[in-house]
Design a protein around this ligand. Structure first.
Ligand code: GLC
Length: 750
């Protein structure tokens, strides 16, 4: 058996940390001099101008006037290279000091070539997919002059009602940390001053994903310990990965809006993590501290945000309007302004914008380049999650002569791209219908009857046509889910069932007695238990992007084998939410054999059902757990061993296991390592993901794989608010999802 040392996912960003820090240390010796020289020539207005970002309003004349005055440091949402160069030329040649602007855009999962939404990329459990996706996005957007993106979004999210779960990497701190660091590496490349490098902007700092009720922009109430153990680590990993900028989040946490929160912006980000780039507010989040009731007016908003550590204000203009006055009144020190401008200039210098401020308008287009489309297809393949496959109905084999392609997402080029797509064009989207026709039309006869026009369609008049098509087919491929607009910013749902008449559609298809393969495209986990029950197979895709069609086609017909795993827990019912695997145990944890609502005897006595933590009508378990996903083949874990079960805090835990492909298809398994700290000075989660790795095996092949986990990575913020490893008993599991595997125990001693 080949020995494989799983490239522990911790390596990349530890490596990055040393590189990034080294880079900064070496260059900044000369750099700080350049910054100070420039700063010493700047007027107060010019300094404040660098701290001001506007959103392009198209009128070049008017924007040029502001630039000439030195009132603008950055412009977002301009993507025309000629306009970008024209505006930059004004800054370089017609403003007093010729300081270049930085042009920004939300390039969250692709610029023109659209990759799966980040939640989908997370489902691949493959940091390379995230890095390549970000690199392709950077190459494409920098080719039009965009050198700053507001990504990665690394808000841990445990409530699928929240529309922005689509934009992040799911519920797990470690998975989000690894994927976020990989995206930063992809966006920024090897050096910020490479013309294809795009400054990353980890967002939304911090805790935004815990919006109460899963309702966007809502308050969060995260105690510092939970903030440090769950929500901050991905942002710390981003700092280690050398992120150039950060964005503050809209939410107030425990009453303090992030845009006015000195604790996170100064104490944590700068003093603890040593971040030396710059912080931008979210869209108008400075002035939105007025409706928050945290500031009196715009002047107070400028005061509170700049004194908390914000360097640049996105679009609300309070800095330009009020900072001169606030400095005169002694409420804001000029040194605070100087520091903010230093942070901004440091990134502009590092990006080489002073030397190369313009984009080459003559360069051949790289948009939708074939390698980009191929990378996007690879990402969509690895992001797809096989949730069910009864009787091996998938992959479709030679016995399948006729397929009925049904459902509103079979040919939905706009919606397939998912949320946060400003520049991707639906004309380039390859849908499942077209891909199956093109790639497999010679193997199967295709009958296409959408049945519904779009996901929210309640008009059931054409469901009978879809059912009739199904009746003529050997297998029904039903494409359902969510239109893109139903997830993303401000797009939250109180009900996670399939919208419109999609459920009726699935029921009508199942009634024909033909096997139904349900293919979902959505921006979040949906409560599809009923539809899954009626389906022979379920393939789940978090909006797969431009190349989702060819990816899904190859998966359905067996040229590719699904390997994705759920990056979030799928609840049975929305009432179970928030629901996540790394939960605390409580004093009365649910038992396996709880009595559920249909089994309760009449007039049952008050205490007859037991007193544990679960729902009478939904039980305790999810529909699908975190880290879950099937393959066309099967895998067997065995010989899970710990090199030593007695460890000191400075030791490295070495866990080896064998993995065998016991099926008949080549496949890739995402092996996961979970650890539990059984007793702590505060209660600890029942499990936490600490490593994962993708292992490709031929049928019958068996490999021995090793995870290396420094005991130091078991540290957490404890009762004394100190980050430390506490001695005691631990459990660990190696498995293909968060609910499987046998526990092994080990001890850490002082
Ligand atoms: C939005 C989003 C943020 C985005 C910014 C600029 O409101 O919250 O994620 O980057 O504005 O578009």
């Amino acid at each position: 058996m080949k020995k494989l040392k799983a490239l522990s996912a911790c390596l990349p960003f530890l490596f990055l940390f040393s590189c990034a820090q080294q880079q900064h240390d070496n260059k900044d010796k000369g750099l700080e001099t350049r910054i100070d020289n420039l700063l010493s020539q700047m007027t107060l207005e010019e300094k404040i101008g660098q701290m001001n970002q506007i959103s392009s309003f198209g009128n070049i004349e008017d924007m040029s006037g502001l630039i000439k005055k030195g009132e603008i440091g950055s412009i977002l949402n301009e993507t025309d290279p000629q306009k970008i160069n024209a505006l930059q030329r004004v800054a370089m040649e017609e403003s007093r000091l010729g300081i270049p602007m930085i042009f920004a855009r939300d390039v969250i999962h692709g610029f023109k070539t659209i990759f799966p939404i980040p939640l989908g990329q997370a489902a691949s459990f493959n940091p390379e997919i995230a890095e390549v996706g970000a690199r392709v996005a950077a190459i494409e957007c920098s080719s039009v002059g965009i050198r700053w993106t507001f990504a990665p979004m690394i808000d841990v999210a445990r409530d699928p009602r929240w529309g922005r779960m689509a934009e992040g990497c799911g519920e797990d701190t470690y998975l989000t940390s690894v994927m976020g660091a990989a995206m930063i590496k992809g966006f920024q490349g090897d050096s910020l001053n490479n013309p294809t490098s795009v400054a990353a902007c980890p967002k939304h700092f911090v805790g935004y994903g815990a919006a109460e009720g899963g309702r966007d922009y809502n308050s969060t109430f995260i105690p510092e310990r939970l903030l440090r153990n769950v929500y901050l680590p991905p942002f710390e990993a981003a700092a280690r990965a050398g992120a150039a900028t950060y964005m503050t989040s809209f939410n107030d946490n425990d009453g303090v809006p992030s845009t006015g929160n000195k604790f996170i912006l100064e104490d944590v980000l700068r003093k603890e993590w040593g971040f030396d780039g710059f912080v931008v507010t979210d869209w108008a989040s400075a002035s939105e501290m007025i409706p928050h009731g945290f500031v009196v007016d715009e002047k107070d908003a400028a005061l509170k945000s700049v004194n908390a550590g914000v360097d640049m204000e996105m679009v609300s203009y309070t800095f330009v309007k009020y900072l001169p006055e606030l400095i005169k009144e002694g409420k804001v020190k000029e040194s605070t302004i100087d520091n903010a401008v230093r942070n901004i200039l440091r990134i502009k210098f590092r990006m080489g914008l002073f030397e190369n401020p313009f984009v080459d308008e003559e360069q051949p287009s790289v948009l939708y380049d074939t390698p980009h489309l191929e990378a996007a297809k690879r990402a969509a393949i690895e992001s797809a999650i096989l949730l069910k496959n009864d009787k091996g109905i998938l992959p479709l084999n030679g016995n399948v002569k006729t397929v009925a392609i049904v459902g509103p997402l079979a040919d939905a080029p706009h919606d397939q791209m998912g949320t946060w797509v400003f520049d991707g064009e639906k004309s380039h989207t390859q849908t499942p219908l077209h891909a199956i026709r093109e790639m497999y039309g010679d193997k199967v006869q295709i009958i296409y009857e959408p049945g519904l026009a779009y996901s929210r369609d309640k008009n059931t008049a054409n469901i009978s046509k879809a059912a009739a098509a199904a009746a003529k087919a050997d297998v029904v491929l039903a494409f359902v889910g969510e239109e893109a607009i139903l997830s993303g910013e401000a797009h939250c749902l109180a009900d996670l069932n399939l919208v419109g008449a999609q459920s009726e559609l699935i029921a009508a298809l199942a009634k024909t007695g033909k096997p139904v393969v349900t293919v979902v495209m959505a921006g979040r986990p949906l409560t599809i238990g009923k539809e899954a029950e009626l389906s022979s197979a379920v393939l789940y895709n978090f909006h797969p992007g431009t190349m989702g069609g060819p990816a899904i086609a190859d998966l359905l017909f067996g040229k590719e084998v699904p390997s994705g795993k759920t990056p979030v827990t799928f609840p049975k019912m929305v009432g179970q939410v928030p629901m996540y695997y790394a939960h605390n145990n409580s004093g009365r944890p649910a038992q396996k054999n709880e009595t559920l609502i249909n089994d309760i005897p009449l007039e049952a006595g008050q205490t007859s059902l037991g007193n544990t933590s679960f729902y009478l009508d939904a039980g305790f378990d999810p529909l699908y757990p975190f880290g879950y996903g099937l393959s066309y083949t099967t895998f067997e874990y065995s010989d899970v061993k710990i090199a030593s079960s007695q460890l000191k805090k400075q030791d490295v835990l070495s866990i080896s296991f064998s993995l065998e492909n016991t099926g008949k298809y080549k496949g890739t398994e995402v092996a996961q390592l979970y650890v539990r700290d059984k007793v702590g000075s505060v209660t600890r989660p029942v499990k936490e993901l600490k490593r994962f790795t993708r292992i490709m095996l031929q049928p019958g092949e068996k490999k021995t794989v090793t995870f290396e986990l420094p005991v130091a990575e078991l540290a957490f913020w404890n009762i004394d608010m100190v980050k430390t490893v506490e001695a005691g008993d631990f459990g660990l599991w190696v498995a293909g999802d968060s609910q499987s595997g046998n526990e092994l125990v080990f001890k850490v001693t002082d």
